[in-house]
Design a protein around this ligand. Sequence first.
Ligand code: FAD
Length: 398
Amino acid sequence: MIVIGGGPIGCAVARDIAAADFRVLVVEEHPAIGVPLRCAGLVSSRTLQLSRVSPEVIRHKLTGARVHAPGGEMLKLYGSRVYALAVDRVAFDRDLAGQAAAAGAEMADSTRAVDLKLIPGGVSVKLRHRGNLDEAKELTCRLVVGADGYGSLVAKRLRVLPEGERLPLYAAEAYLPGSEGQIVDIFLGNQVAPGWFGWVIPTGEGTARIGIGAPRRPYEFLQQLAEKHPGTFRGMRILRCTSGYVPVYFQHRSYGPHSLLVGDAAGHVKPISGGGLYFGLRCARLCAATAIGALRSNDCSDRFLARYQRDWEETVGQEIRCGLRHRKVFLDLSDEDMDQLISFFNKPYWRRLILKYGDIDYHSKLAGRLSNLPHWAKHFFKAGVNMMLAGCGVSKIF
Ligand SMILES: Cc1cc2nc3c(=O)[nH]c(=O)nc-3n(C[C@H](O)[C@H](O)[C@H](O)COP(=O)(O)OP(=O)(O)OC[C@H]3O[C@@H](n4cnc5c(N)ncnc54)[C@H](O)[C@@H]3O)c2cc1C
């Protein structure tokens, strides 16, 4: 079988299928795994465990966040435990590629899948090598896994690419002398980062990962943010750009005859933060399990492969749907609403609650806690929030 895309999720799928003694080829269009880098590399420790990547990739441990309201108020959420890890994402991807190769997967770098079509009993994949763009070769397989990220070719060929947001993020690794400590800065506001947020993640020794999301020209918003917060951004020097797009939608169909989609290609991303590694890795396991079942029973029909959709929806579907609803509410908030929210939560009781239930992988845990409180809904999310929370089923979480 062929995995298209040698990103972390494709490699995790390839590792598990190869470990079950099936022949796996991973095709990656770039010459080196992990490059170009398009990530801030912020993950939970459970993500690292799930990936089986060596803890050596950890660059910094983060113990809290400062949320900057549009009006200037700051919500300080400083905890005593480690909430997130900043990892070397290139090393992370290479470790996963090494795991796949060690399990027996064949890795073909500089090889781009340019087309695929269904043939009797399988799929024919047209591949083009970087060194020889004039010539394409065709390989056939029983099953193809589309782990080809945002704008997936496999999703396009299956005609299942949903209408939905694909948000551009400007991101970079930077020299930032003022960024000591273990606290992440989050910047909110419709003038600051319309529809998303800005961030500074310290990575130690005066370096940081910075970024911002906006529907258009995010780099210009970063420049404005830096001007607005000279204390944080003074002396900033960009070392390498790590920008990219995040898919923000629900993928209602992530399979077709002889094909499965996983990771960013299937929208396995947290709609509130754009983080895709945790959901992607959870779905990679399920994808590999379905693929192994299909290959063993020699049934790669879409009827058989449909179980994968059910499996991942049961695992992360609720969290994605809930995140999408929260995002809808977030998009409707004015700057005044955000200021009020931050001001409301800036009390010891709320800060303790947020620190206790905040989880970068499961945003609904905290939302579920907050939804138990009627004045939260009444005051700040107005009428829409009740519908949203009921729709998410979050009140049933606790
Ligand atoms: C700026 C930014 C910051 C982010 N920060 C975080 C974060 O802090 N934490 C987090 O969890 N997530 C973060 N994400 C999201 C995270 O990077 C993705 O969710 C993750 O990379 C998804 O992995 P993937 O393997 O599905 O896709 P990708 O990592 O996109 O890998 C897909 C691979 O497929 C290859 N490919 C594509 N098409 C073809 C083709 N036709 N033929 C051959 N190869 C092909 C690509 O070259 C690529 O290597 C961030 C994203 C962005 C853009």
